[in-house]
Ligand binder design. Structure first.
Ligand code: NGF
Length: 288
């Protein structure tokens, strides 16, 4: 369960339908070219919150079929509809996904007891392990050290995907829960998180920059911080350009530049203009 995990994208056609061939190519690209340790399926990067339950299941099936046992697979099953979350948790456990993850329930201002009940309900229904997906900037849900500790009391909850720039909390979590898995969620902060001894990282840009991400992680683990910093700098030049051009559509366009049939993003995300498409190809040429 440790190492570099790509937050997998899904290839959609112009009508928003799954492009199975493209999805399979994306899986293979991550395994064979980016050489990542695992895939995080149907997360934010997978446009999970824009797709139907049926499409989520189909994506889980295609990815498992293509990846087999080549890499570790984590299924993001979180949903505001707890019945859907449980259904997806059962479905992916049956498919032999190695672990589950669930975004903290958002939109309504759930209190912590409700959040805890959400995770415990999902896990009571399956024989699997759970990585909490914490991304306060998008969900508005922040948890403190003690609250993470309360979630971790459930032994099936084995870690957290920590997508936040709060390195004080990350260090406290590392110190307090040495046996739980901590994953860095912001690719541009991978070095800082790695120095704090996270167990791995899950990120969108690893779809195109997985090899550099591994270098950062492994150099930091080996104490070679100067060298790691140089690779993080190259990485951040790439990430800054991607963010400036539009995150997910630009990663897809870069994948196309690399020969991967990455398709387009689903509405309401808008397609890249011709100028931005050209810029994405320039980014690939300049920074990859
Ligand atoms: O895309 C976001 C939104 N965050 C991802 C990652 O944390 C999301 C991060 O890689 C993820 O893993 C998922 O698909 O669930 C960023 O895209 C990257 O650091 C650029 O900012 O915040």
């Amino acid at each position: 369960m440790k190492g570099i995990f790509t937050a997998l994208m899904c290839s959609f056609d112009e009508e928003g339908k799954i492009n199975e061939k493209g999805l399979r190519e994306m899986v293979r690209n991550n395994i064979d070219v980016q050489k990542v340790d695992g895939l995080y399926v149907n997360g934010s990067t997978g446009e999970n919150f824009l797709i139907s339950t049926e499409d989520k299941k189909r994506i889980f099936e295609i990815v498992k079929d293509e990846a087999g046992d080549d890499v570790t697979l984590i299924a993001q099953v979180g949903s505001l509809n707890i019945d859907e979350a449980v259904d997806l948790a059962k479905f992916t456990t049956d498919l032999k996904y190695d672990a589950l993850s669930a975004v903290t329930p958002f939109y309504y201002k759930f209190d912590f007891d409700e959040i805890k009940d959400y995770y415990n309900t999902i896990m009571a229904n399956v024989d699997n392990q759970m990585i909490v997906y914490s991304i306060p900037a998008l969900t508005g849900v922040s948890m403190n050290l003690e609250q993470f500790g309360e979630l971790f009391e459930n032994e099936k909850i084995i870690g957290v995907k920590f997508t936040a720039p709060d390195f004080f909390l990350l260090e406290r979590l590392r110190h307090a829960y040495p046996d739980k898995l901590l994953y860095s969620g912001f690719d541009e902060m991978l070095l800082s998180a790695s120095v704090l001894n996270v167990d791995g990282a899950i990120g969108s840009t690893f779809n195109v920059n997985g090899v550099r991400a591994r270098k950062i992680f492994e150099l930091a683990q080996a104490g070679a911080v100067e060298e790691a910093r140089a690779v993080q700098k190259e990485t951040n030049d790439l990430i800054a350009a991607i963010l400036d051009n539009g995150l997910y559509p630009t990663i897809k366009e870069i994948l196309k530049h690399e020969g991967v049939d990455a398709g387009v993003c689903r509405k309401p995300m808008k397609p890249l203009t011709e100028a931005k498409k050209a810029r994405a190809h320039d980014i690939a040429k300049k920074y990859l």
